[in-house]
Design a protein around this ligand. Sequence first.
Ligand code: NAI
Ligand code: MN
Ligand code: ZN
Length: 336
Amino acid sequence: MKSVVIEQPGELVLADRPLPAPAAGEVRVKVQFASICGSDVHIWHGHNPFAKYPRVIGHEFFGLIDAVGDGVDASRVGERVAVDPVVSCGHCYPCSIGRPNVCKELQVIGVHRDGGFSEFAVAPAKNAFTLPASIPDKLASLVEPFTIAANITAFLKPQPNDIALIYGAGPMGLTAIQVLKGVYGVEQVLVVDRLPERLALAQDNGADRVFNNSDIPLAAQLEGVQPTLIIDAACHPSILAESAALASPAARIGLLGFSGEPCSITQQALTSKELSLFTSRLNSNRFPQVIEWMEKGLIQPEKLVTHYFPLAEIERAMTLFEKDPRTCCKVILHMG
Ligand code: NAI
Ligand code: MN
Ligand code: ZN
């Protein structure tokens, strides 16, 4: 089978690999579509501290179950599935309280183990979620990115009367906009980015107001409006302090970033307004919820997609995705 392998940092190859056999408790998926994420690019360039090489990348993928391992119901062969990349031990403290995404032995498919930029991939059977016919094949790999927004909003508990502010109108910011508007009915969703093309996408995805902070700081443009719910989907270390300064008293702030650089902020900036801070990593069992949102039409995955490429053009697709945020949002690989 053909697989996209990062042999070592910087070295991406479309390799011929042996077809994997599903182990006990696993399914094998004949991958149909897979979407590119920033973290795939990071693994390629050696910027993901968790990745081990060589690695088949890709953690956002959809396909058909074509074989099952011992202990898995053979009737699952043929099912259309989206695969949750979070593989957890099931018995550590975070697993025991329903937070497998921060399992002490966390394994992420496409990061710690081989992933879905491949003609076939194996995964635990419980990670393969059956999709209703109403979710089309070519959008089904987008369940995973929406689970990131599902996870952080579960902490933030958005309300219709919130004034929400989202930093960053990349794929993560856009999924957050859609979930705040379509699922939670938040009346005011404000979005800030530096690229006008991204802000246009934000409007298309439901943002009520957009701000470009490339020349004028956001504070000067908000005219005293104090957001009550803030999501940092741009993830620069300076954003936490700015968010705390802009936030309404009693606001909630959600962070998604993984930077190794410190954020500089005073206790006073947080405590004087009694701000709540939440962080969110990947997703904790949120595939069923996102599948239901898609089925009900509460979110529109097609609004994120700008390009489709065949698997053979992986390097071109990844390079375009990385270098051209003005024209690219979600880039999807077609395996067939
Ligand atoms: P992206 O790079 O496509 O989007 C980021 C956007 O933020 C860009 O449009 C950029 O112009 C904008 N931006 C950058 N600095 C800004 C600033 N100071 N003010 C306003 N806008 C600014 O990335 P994507 O895929 O949307 O991911 C966003 C972040 O989320 C990344 O840092 C990624 O590591 C993180 N992430 C976290 C996950 C989690 O589970 N915690 C999962 C996936 C992504
Ligand atoms: Mn992703
Ligand atoms: Zn665990």
